[in-house]
Design a protein around this ligand. Structure first.
Ligand SMILES: [Zn+2]
Length: 337
């Protein structure tokens, strides 16, 4: 099989897993190690990085790369794994209820699911999303009081109290209320029930709170809805393996943490703060609050071109926005290493 020579390279080496040889000539090289682990051991060591790469490409909207990693995730975790993962993360990346319903429907499949997810407008692209999220987070952190209205208050309080029974009751009530008043369709409400029952969900409570407070941003029609992206078969048929891109290495995986720890050892006392050149660590597409704030700022300042073109340290973060953010965000990437 073919394995990418270096991250981001257009060149590939030929790896023979049975014979344990690689055309790069190295013994026990990274190509052979990763290919053997992914293909033969179903990603015992590398599956978290495969999952991370899939998430980042869905976030970035790269259909071909996302299909590639979805294919390998299916190899590692079974054919239902990619769609199940898309269902889990829809509310982290979008407010697209139609996407959520489609992903939970009978006709859902990986190819179309990846294409739809990539095309969906992401939360940092919605001008009305961050202000509400910031208020919600400030409430949660206790640094400011905002009203999401009486209907959302029970949900907010149950979350703050971390009371499981009260939270279940608040979610049930919210779903009944939203369905009864026509703000959620029956199918949309079923998505929330399915996610809660699975215990695999991300920002569903925040979406419910936004709905209850009538502050859910209108998800503008998808950026490239209906656009057909041709994915050549070799990216998904197991004959080719990319190396995970640099932005796949974050604090969610052993290998990502190792890179970040190495950077911290070489740059003592600096931390992954805005304006700091963190290369080769690339957190622009990572999860968590700090990278999310970075994307919100980048999008506001330059749209897609800024997100793609600016390095982490090149973004001029607006001072007043940063001050307000730092008042409630006590989480920085290095804190989880
Ligand atoms: Zn090699």
């Amino acid at each position: 099989m073919k394995v990418q020579v270096n991250e981001g390279s257009n060149e590939f080496v030929q790896v023979d897993i049975d014979g344990q040889t690689c055309s790069c000539g190295g013994r026990r090289c990274a190509h052979l190690e990763m290919a053997t682990d992914v293909v033969r051991d179903h990603g015992r060591r590398w599956r978290w990085l495969i999952l991370s790469a899939l998430h980042k490409e869905l976030r970035r909207g790269d259909v071909v790369a996302a299909r590639h990693w979805a294919g390998w995730l299916a190899h590692c975790d079974g054919p239902s794994a990619p769609l199940e993962y898309l269902r889990k993360i829809w509310s982290e990346e979008t407010v697209d209820l139609d996407l959520a319903v489609w992903l939970h429907g009978q006709t859902a499949n990986v190819a179309d699911g990846v294409a739809r997810f990539c095309a969906a407008v992401k939360v940092w692209e919605l001008p009305d999303w961050w202000p509400v999220f910031q208020e919600w987070s400030e409430c949660d952190a206790g640094v400011a009081l905002h009203s999401f209205g009486a209907a959302a208050t029970r949900l907010v309080q149950a979350l703050a109290a971390d009371d499981e029974a009260e939270l279940t009751a608040a979610r049930d009530l919210a779903l009944m209320d939203l369905t009864a008043t026509g703000r959620l369709t029956f199918q949309q409400a079923e998505v929330f029930r399915t996610r809660y029952a699975s215990q695999r969900f991300e920002s569903e409570d925040f979406v419910l709170a936004m709905l209850l407070a009538d502050r859910l941003p209108r998800a503008e029609s998808a950026r490239s809805a209906g656009a057909e992206v041709d994915v050549p078969p070799h990216w998904t048929d197991g004959s080719t393996l990319l190396l995970p891109p640099p932005y796949a290495y974050d604090y969610h995986s052993h290998f990502g943490k190792a890179r970040m720890r190495a950077w911290m050892a070489e740059n003592p006392g600096r931390g992954f703060r805005f304006g700091v050149d963190t290369s080769p660590v690339d957190l622009r597409w990572a999860g968590g609050l700090v990278p999310l704030f970075w994307r919100v700022q980048a999008w506001q300042q330059g749209g897609r071109a800024a997100l793609d073109g600016l390095q982490w340290h090149e973004l001029d973060v607006e001072t007043s926005a940063l001050q307000r953010f730092e008042a409630w965000c006590d989480w920085w990437p290095e804190a989880t290493l």
